[in-house]
Design a protein around this ligand. Sequence first.
Ligand SMILES: C[S@@+](CC[C@H](N)C(=O)[O-])C[C@H]1O[C@@H](n2cnc3c(N)ncnc32)[C@H](O)[C@@H]1O
Length: 442
Amino acid sequence: MNEELKLQTVNEKIPINIDNDTILNINTKSVNKLTHGFHKYPGKYIPQIPNWAIKKYLNNNKTNTIIDPFCGSGTTLVEGLTEGNNVIGVDIDPLSVLISKVKTTHIDTEKFDIISKWIIKKIKDNSVKGQFTPRIETLNHWFTQEAIEKLSKIRFLINNIPDKFECDENIKNAFYICFSSIIRRVSNADNQSQKTYVSHTKIKKPTEVYSLFFNQLKHYQERFNDFAIETDRKFKSEIINTSSSEKISEILKNITIDLAITSPPYIKAIDYIYNQMAELFWIGDLFKMETQPKQNILKNQYIGNKQIKKIEYSDYNPYEKKTHLHELDIILEQIFTLDAKNGQKHAYITQKYFAEMENHFAEMKKLLKLKTHYIMVVGDSTVSDIYVETANIISRIAERNGFKLINKWGYKIKNRYMRFDRKGRGGIINIDWVLDFERMKK
Ligand SMILES: C[S@@+](CC[C@H](N)C(=O)[O-])C[C@H]1O[C@@H](n2cnc3c(N)ncnc32)[C@H](O)[C@@H]1O
């Protein structure tokens, strides 16, 4: 670690004022309160981060609007609502959008309870009269036959909730996400790693489907109630499934935003679709993503995506195509030259990542009014064994798009699942940087 960095340990709450270059060691137990723990999500951050930003910048008496342009599983949005704000989330990933919607929507919890009891009774009485089985050839690799049969029955019941319950779309979505939230644990795939894979050395005993689902229904019921107590219904949430590097300023042009908080994807680190493959087998049909070929079509729109076809990068040469950012050009040239095997591809992926982040800042410049703060959490990466100071490069890109970096501090990443596997070539990232930008005149 750089010698100029100062380490500070804090418990639960992050102090409002943090000196530049401080690294916080945040001890916290409460990361899963309210609806936060509904669903795992790759790259999820702790609610204390958006909560800190809200307390720091929105301590006025008016109703403010917060945006998270890479909202993932909606951590910012849940905190925004409970702190008394309207919230807008944007994400390219349809599953993340559904998770965020469920976590931020007030539902009729009595009805949720009645329908849950109906599902449980149907299963216990063994009176489910149909199945919903995904048509995936490799399903038996990912799930035991017992798990497949049980999951098929639950999904069939959710699809066929009788009209007499008057189940609206929000309640139905809550059941879908509750169902999705047990998939990884009941599958043969490793629970701990982000990537969906079946280990042949560490044989897993999948959790029994019904007991886990029944427990999860109870958990959702309780947490929906907590959320209803803590959050006033008058605050609105809107979640949009689109790319944040294109046209969002157009889509949201009539909305005044008071604060932006986000953690964008990292370079070449997380394949969001692959990581959620098991869940997508079972609910991907809701967004036309149930098979791998369909999933792969969407991948190219994800920032940081590493699955690039050769035809896309075969002409790329960083010595010829400059980014006009000296430190980035040097890094790209190093990756290109020093990695004989994958240098061209990795350099291309890296420049594409920053180009898309630049488009994103151009959009945010149009969207945010002067003096608005934009808090961005991002980690550095290692690409082809070369250290990429992502946070610093992003800061330079933001600066040439109308934002001024007014503070930078970091915190140690504790939960492995929340960030990265240390194995493999994806890069080791121990610290997340919190970049505090202010929208300036240019
Ligand atoms: C680090 S995650 C955000 C996690 C979030 N803070 C949470 O706590 O759940 C980054 C998100 O960016 C999304 N993303 C990737 N490319 C995008 C794009 N072009 N436009 C919008 N979202 C994108 C991914 O789908 C992912 O959900």
